[in-house]
Design a protein around this ligand. Sequence first.
Ligand code: NAD
Length: 301
Amino acid sequence: MTSAPAAAPIARRLEGAPFAGEIRDRVAGEVRAHVRVRGHPPGLAVVVCGRSAPSMVYLERILKACAQVGIEGSFVDVPGIGAADQEAKLTQAIHALNDDPRVNGIIVQMPLPDGVQLKTVVDAIDPLKDIDGIHPLNAGLLRLGYEGFIPATAHAALEMIHRSGVELVGANAVVVGRSPVVGMPLAFMLTKEDATVTVCHSKTRDLGAEVRRADVLVVAAGKPGLVTGAMLKPGVVVIDVGINVVDGRIVGDVDFDSAEKVASAITPVPGGVGPLTNALLLSHLMRAAQRQDQAKEHFEA
Ligand code: NAD
């Protein structure tokens, strides 16, 4: 008698929602404590430059997440795409938020409109209110391994890796993508945790060969189907950060169906890194509020 062929192993799905729920519960407790002490909720402001459909969806999600935990979410609309003075208006809006004691964290909706310099806008944000870690001071602190604010998406990807239970010390970690908000911060964080890190990008000669060495793989390229199961080492932990719309469906950068047959754990898209990103932004906001209090005490002492 011949036995049936063994079924291909299926990876554990690393869902973001349960972890995001835990974080929101913790943040809600911190918000209540904040309100007891100061008499008002902490505030998060989103600066939106032009009301495009994706930016409004993002905004709605953030404001809803704020409302769920009692944070006062607000947005500042800087209209006039193409207007010559838009950069000045944007920096003015950011300076006003920097000076507003009821605003503890500022997010600027990306991408910026054509003609607006990213550096000018990013430099305008008070580093103590830069809860998505885009100011050069926070990027530098991360690079040196000191505590600052880290981009929420990179933070979410790292938390997913921790949740997978994989041992990072000495592991081969491969990061596909080198953007300042995802790929590079992750590469620094994984290096700090003693992984051996390879960063791949659009000019990498043989992506397949690099990916195949990974014990931990993070893909943040914005290219649907860039990584397939055939490229993976069996047992790898796969974190898919990509968000792409294909035929009206949201998909990641990893071909999920083939990858889950090879990986030991994998984040789905949607439902993996995404839900965690927003929850972590809220927790960054509470850290910002605490740091602003500490800075105030320091200067008043
Ligand atoms: P980006 O466009 O700034 O950077 C993409 C990176 O991928 C670049 O470094 C580029 O060199 C690299 N790349 C492009 N093509 C490649 C290829 N063929 N091979 C290897 N590398 C390649 O994008 P980003 O802002 O870092 O975002 C990456 C993805 O993550 C996007 O799909 C974006 O929508 C998604 N994203 C998700 C979240 C979330 O919360 N889950 C948040 C932010 C961004």
